[in-house]
Design a protein around this ligand. Structure first.
Ligand code: SER
Length: 338
């Protein structure tokens, strides 16, 4: 074989990448190659076949990857999160939209070169939703995928649009040409806020929950930037990683949608604070509400309806709120900061 068959992960040194590499390295006999501006932690670097340092905006670099590797599975994780995207919206658009378009083209060309569809996994977000006010949010309950698709953030707009781009590449690519052949099999999970015991997020708006937990374990005071009653869905990182792998492995004919909600638990900020204080007595958690970031959280749903993911590809999170804390977050984080 001229080229090696591999799995490609972009944005691999981020939070999801961290969990995904560890999990994927155990399960696949294919090599993993990663593409990121930031280096992988050395322990993760050992699990991958090749760590490419570079940008998804660098088309020449993507061409070189195409010439060297046969990729039939892509996890495209590279992105600027929601808070950071509000500070530099143009850069966010470049990375989140143009970067994703580059990766879809890359996948299409890969597929054309080896003759198989490239499975393309894309993490979207609850940021794709936008509820106009708290009364509506309260009444909306478990929001379905096609409801309230009116994001108020650059990141949310980027994610929602890229869901559509992925759908286009898979279902309508070059529809007017004589012989249109899509080689992209795009599949998308709309994640809630993800909480990892291994890493601390940066640049997101759901960061208050993980920041609260990690600060308490490090015995550092923490001022939560949203109100005690702020409520959005969250998920433990192992379930997030599992969702991506399950959706990647699902038979295409079972999939009835392009983007799937996934949910696990949806505590208020104060409910998170309560379990954290119980686990780390003496933790100093106060509130210093940033009304602007609060506005973003208020526009995100309090809960999501994930029936389609459960029906179509068997999504079933292992961690509810209690188990996420008692069996995953608290023991792992305690060990980490020992
Ligand atoms: N956790 C992300 C953020 O806060 C939402 O996808 O930006």
């Amino acid at each position: 074989m001229l080229r090696k068959t591999v799995v490609l992960i972009t944005g691999a040194s981020g939070e999801i990448g961290h969990g995904l590499i560890t999990r994927l390295a155990r399960q696949t006999d294919r090599g993993i190659i990663t593409l990121d501006l930031a280096p992988l932690e050395p322990a993760l670097g050992k699990l991958v076949q090749r760590e490419i340092s570079g940008s998804i905006l660098d088309s020449n670099l993507l061409q070189r990857v195409l010439s060297e590797y046969e990729v039939d599975l892509v996890f495209h994780l590279a992105a600027l999160l929601s808070t950071r995207s509000e500070i530099t919206p143009m850069t966010a658009h470049q990375v989140n939209v143009e970067g994703t378009l580059n990766m879809l083209e890359f996948a299409q060309h890969q597929g054309e070169s080896h003759g198989r569809a490239v499975t393309f996994l894309y993490p979207s977000s609850i940021a794709a939703y936008g509820l106009p006010d708290l009364t509506t949010k309260g009444k909306a309950g478990k929001v379905k995928e096609d409801e309230w698709n009116h994001p108020i953030t650059m990141y949310g707009c980027n994610k929602l649009y890229c869901e559509h781009l992925g759908d286009y590449y898979t279902n309508h690519y070059k529809q007017l040409s004589a012989d249109p052949v899509s080689r992209v099999d795009f599949r998308c999970v709309r994640f809630p806020g993800l909480i990892s015991a291994a890493t601390v997020p940066s640049g997101g708006t759901s960061d208050y929950a993980p920041e609260m937990i990690h600060a308490a374990a490090r015995k550092q005071p923490y001022a939560c930037f949203v109100r005690p009653d702020a409520r959005i869905p969250f998920m433990a990182m192992p379930d997030g990683v599992e969702a991506l792998l399950q959706l990647a492995a699902a038979p295409r004919e079972k999939l009835t949608r392009t983007a799937y909600n996934v949910g696990a638990f949806n505590p208020s900020a104060d409910e998170v604070r309560e379990v954290v204080v119980k686990a780390f007595p003496g933790a100093q958690i106060t509130y210093k509400v940033d009304t602007k970031r609060q506005g973003i959280v208020d526009s995100w749903p309090a809960d999501v309806n994930d029936c389609s993911a459960r029906q179509d590809w068997g999504f079933a999170p292992q961690y509810n709120f209690d188990r996420a804390f008692s069996e995953y977050l608290i023991p792992t984080i305690r060990e980490r900061y020992r």
